[in-house]
Write a protein that binds this ligand. Structure first.
Ligand SMILES: [Zn+2]
Ligand SMILES: [Zn+2]
Length: 139
């Protein structure tokens, strides 16, 4: 059993077997720019649980001035991963790139919080009951 995902053009396919439950919608400026969307949603996966099935050579990396790294497809531009500056063992996967065609997969990765709400765009209103944090999730 594996969670499978891909980029828009289909060059890159990945899969992982387990994930960390701390899945947040992030409203920070960098996530908004990277996705071209109101917020990002990343699911943390241990590197040892993640496999690039095809197209790993199509992955490009952007490293920001704060040391965070983001990977995307050089062919179609799909936003795929986020890596914090101080955790080499975890890669966060853009949840919306999962191909959830296997409905038997359990548990389903489900977001549980909004983070960096201080940076939220004006034109999007949060309409769910999830906790909202002004900056990072409290540790
Ligand atoms: Zn692609
Ligand atoms: Zn963010």
């Amino acid at each position: 059993m594996a969670y499978r995902g891909s980029c828009l053009c289909g060059n890159i396919h990945y899969q992982f077997t387990r994930f960390d439950n701390e899945i947040a919608h992030c409203h920070c400026r960098m996530c908004r720019k990277f996705h071209g969307a109101a917020f990002s949603t990343f699911v943390p996966v241990a590197r040892t649980d993640l496999t690039w099935k095809t197209g790993a050579k199509c992955l490009a990396t952007y490293q920001a001035s704060n040391g965070t790294k983001r990977q995307f497809c050089v062919n179609c531009g799909s936003s795929l991963t986020f890596q914090s500056a101080n955790d080499n063992n975890t890669l966060e996967i853009a949840l919306a790139t999962l191909d959830m065609d296997d409905s038997s997969l359990t548990p389903l990765p489900v977001p549980d919080a909004h983070v960096h709400v201080d940076s939220k765009v004006e034109w999007y209103t949060i309409n769910d009951e999830l906790p909202q944090y002004r900056k990072d999730r409290p540790t």
